[in-house]
Design a protein around this ligand. Sequence first.
Ligand code: NAP
Length: 425
Amino acid sequence: MFERLPTPFGLVRAGVAPDHQKDKTVTRAYARSAEQSTFRFFGNVEYGKHLHLDDLQQRYHQIVFATGAQSDRSLGIPGEELAGSHAATDFVAWYNGHPDYADHQFDLSGETAVVIGLGNVAIDVARILCKRPEELARTDIADHALAALKQSRINKVYLLGRRGPAQAAFTPAEIRELGQLDNTDVVVDTADATLDPLSQRLLDSADEKNAQKNVAIIREFASRQPRGRHKQLNIRFFASPGELFGDRAGHVRSMRIIKNEPYQDQSGSLRARATEVQETLPADIVLRSVGYRGVPLAGIPFDDRAGICPNKGGRVVAASGEPIPGIYVAGWIKRGPSGVIGTNKSDARETVDAMVQDAVAGRHLEPAEASAESILALLAARQPDTVTYQDWCRIDEIELERGVASGRPRVKFVSASDMLDMLER
Ligand code: NAP
């Protein structure tokens, strides 16, 4: 396994929220694979920089890309480039201590945050903005983020969905958790919680258990009376961002939102279209949470519209539609940024089944240098700072020790050079 960072576990480390430690225990299953004598981890090695496709093709019979979706989608509205307007994915990577984002700055000195989108990432971001610093201090949130959130003056968070409660992408457990924050009043307008006839009909006619639960939770939120808590989380539906406006210094301060109305498209899905009704909201920080996006890999076909490597059941295919021998994908670079951690189990199984079938049928690469040592010589020349699995175990041990000392699950290293310095000592 080759990994660009010195640490394994991708989004489990840098995406899953720090206050959702239970979800991170899935790393135990990965660790069991890593302990097999047939497995080697080469961290701090970047595909396209230290290692190229032909290097891999010369050394391996089969290659799987599981690089996820490292970028974000934008809204394409005026003012999106203003200071204080960010991709939520950057904010998530920052508070989770991803080394590429440790130096990012998020100005939390204003009072109002607007989070755009109704997926689980939007929920995570809204929750982290609302939680009390004392609660966050018991998690493995990055130290720089904890320090910034302790100083945060944000006391009002808007969560904006372009469609209604019955179409929201969040899952019931995640939306329910927002209603359990003890310092935050969740506010939903009764009109927003009342389903339009089209949503009601679609909800009644389909077996949509999650959507039914989501709607019931939103209705319960709408029935609540504000209790004068320190923070307010305002969830709005059928509202799209239209434009961001800045102050003289070029920092976002407000946002025009457009009220939408539902309609049914030709496929039968409920979509939203703009009405004439508009409104301006204060917005001292804007976090657009409208999805991740895959990034092309050198030498591998890429479908720019879908943001994935075109594939059939995990076999990467050329423009002709024919599988490219020995090249596979798994996870978000295969299917796009959807699903929860468990979704990757069946996704990976499908790819591995294809690999096994191809191996049995003799449809694989014919590497000229297939010895286990060959890659070591290459990496010694190209990346002397390669991190092994034993090195990662040492990093893990130190992070856990630092956590015990401060009553936290772990205290993360947020810089690759700090990790390498520690390993050399
Ligand atoms: P997501 O679930 O695809 O949600 C994206 C949201 O952005 C949707 O509400 C979508 O609305 C909205 N959106 C897209 N374009 C928009 C636009 N132009 N204007 C306004 N809204 C727009 O993506 P995500 O939240 O990034 O999550 C990615 C995956 O990770 C999901 O499968 C999620 O469940 C998973 N995840 C899970 C957890 C967890 O289990 N705790 C935590 C984090 C992430 P429409 O529906 O109208 O398109």
